[in-house]
Design a protein around this ligand. Sequence first.
Ligand code: NAD
Ligand code: UDX
Length: 438
Amino acid sequence: MRLVMIGAGYVGLVSGACFADFGHDVICVDKIESKIEALRNGVIPIFEPGLQKIVEDNQNAGRLQFSTDIAAAVRDADVVFIAVGTPSRRGDGHADLSYVYAAAREIALAVTGFTVIVTKSTVPVGTGDEVERIIRETNPAADVAVVSNPEFLREGAAIADFKRPDRIVIGTEDARAIEVMREVYRPLYLNEAPLLFCERRTSELIKYAANAFLAMKITFINEIADLAERVGADVQKVAKGIGLDKRIGGKFLHAGPGYGGSCFPKDTVALVKTAQDYDSPVRLIEATVAVNDTRKRAMARKIVAACGGDVRGKKVAILGLTFKPNTDDMREAPSLAIIQALQDNGAIVHAYDPEGMAAAKELLPGTTFGKDAYEIAEGADALVLVTEWDEFRALDFRRLGNLMTSAVFVDLRNVYPVREVTRHGFIYHGVGRRNSGA
Ligand code: NAD
Ligand code: UDX
C-alpha cells in the first residue's frame, strides 16, 4: 500500500519507518526543509533507539522516502496519516489544532481517487468531524473517509511499542475505510495485536482517557510516596504490594519527580478543557494536573532540605535532564522546573545528560553543562539523579565521594538500594523512603 505521513516528528517518523519495515511504500512529509534534507542524507533528527537502522534499511530498500512536497506525495496515496503536533494552545490549554487543520486543507487540494485520511495526532473529540468538514469544503469532489487512529507509542521504546502494541484503535464506521485500515495493519494484526474498531469520537476519547488514566496512576503513587515518607513506609514496596493485584497492575507505579514529556502534561489539560466545555468536568484529572504541577517545585524543596535548608552559593549537580531516559526530548521535563527553582534559591547548578544537552542548553541559561557524572560532581554539595539513564545505574560512589564537597545523594527515581549508597559515607534521600546515612 502507498502510505503518506504528514509530519516527520517522533510519531510520524517512527510510524512511517515501521510501516515501511512491514513492507508498505511510505513517504514521510515535513514542512521543515532542513529536517527532510537531513533525513535524505541518513541523519536522524531525534534520538530514538533503533530508529537509525530501520530508517536506513528501508530507505535503501526503496520503501521509505522523504519529501517536503505534500501535494505530490498525497496524489497517489491510499492512506494519508496526519501526525503533526497538537501542542497546548497558549493562553487557554486547549489543544492547538492549527497544524492539523492546515494539513487537512493541503491534503484536500491534492487527493485523487478514494483516499483514507487518518488522524494519528492526539486530537480532541470532534476533530475528525472538523477535518472532514474542511476537506469537503476545500474540495467538494474529494472521495475520502476520515478515520481516527491514535498512537500509543512511548518515546525511548517507540519502535517496540509500534510493532507490538497492546491494541490498535481505529475509529470509523465507513466500510471502505475499515477494509483499508485492516490492510494497513495486517502485519501488526498478524503480530496478534488486537484491532479495536469503534466510532470516530470514541476513538478520539480513548486516547485522552488512556493518557489521563496513566498520568493519574503516576500521580497517585507520587502522593502515596509523600505519605510513605511521613509515616515511615517504603513506597516501592507499597507499589509492589498493590501492583501484584491484577486489577491494579504494577506498571506506571514508579514514584518520582512528576510526569513530564510531550504528551501527559498537554493531554491531561486538554481533556480537562474539553470536559469543561461539555459541562461534564473530570475532577480526578483536574486534581492530577494540579498535584503534578506542584510536585516539581516540591522536588526542589526536597533538594534544598537535603542541603541543610539553604542552597545559596552551593553547587548542585544534576544527573539527567530529559523527561525520561532514551530520548533527547526536553518537552515539559521535570528537570526544567527543578533547576529553575534551585537557581531561584541561589544554587549554582551543573548538569549532565547523555542525549538532552543540546536542547537543554537553549532552555536552561545559567546552568553549566559537564561531560559526565564525575565532572559535574567535582566540588558539589549534592548530587541529584533526576532522569534514570542506564549510565547512572552503576555510579562509582567511592570516586564521587572523593570528588564532592559533601556526600549527599538525592535519588528522585529510587534507582539505588539505600545501603549501596550509604556504605560509601553518603547521606541518601529517595522518594517515598526514609532518608538514611551518615
Ligand atoms: P513533533 O513536534 O515531534 O513532530 C511534528 C512534525 O510535524 C514537525 O516536524 C513539524 O514540522 C511537522 N508539521 C507540522 N505541520 C505540518 C504540515 N502542515 N505539513 C508537514 N509537516 C508538518 O510531534 P510528535 O511528538 O511526533 O507528536 C505528533 C502528534 O502525535 C501529537 O498530536 C502528539 O500528541 C501525538 N503523540 C505523540 C507521542 C510522542 O511520544 N511524542 C506519542 C503518541 C502520540
Ligand atoms: C506517554 C504514553 O505512555 C504513551 O502511551 C503516549 O503515546 C505518549 O505519552 P511518553 O510520554 O513517551 O509516553 O513516556 P512515558 O513512559 O509514558 O512517561 C511519561 C512520564 O511519566 C515521564 O516523565 C516518566 O518519567 C513518568 N513516569 C512514568 C513516572 O514518573 N512513573 C512511572 O511509573 C511511569
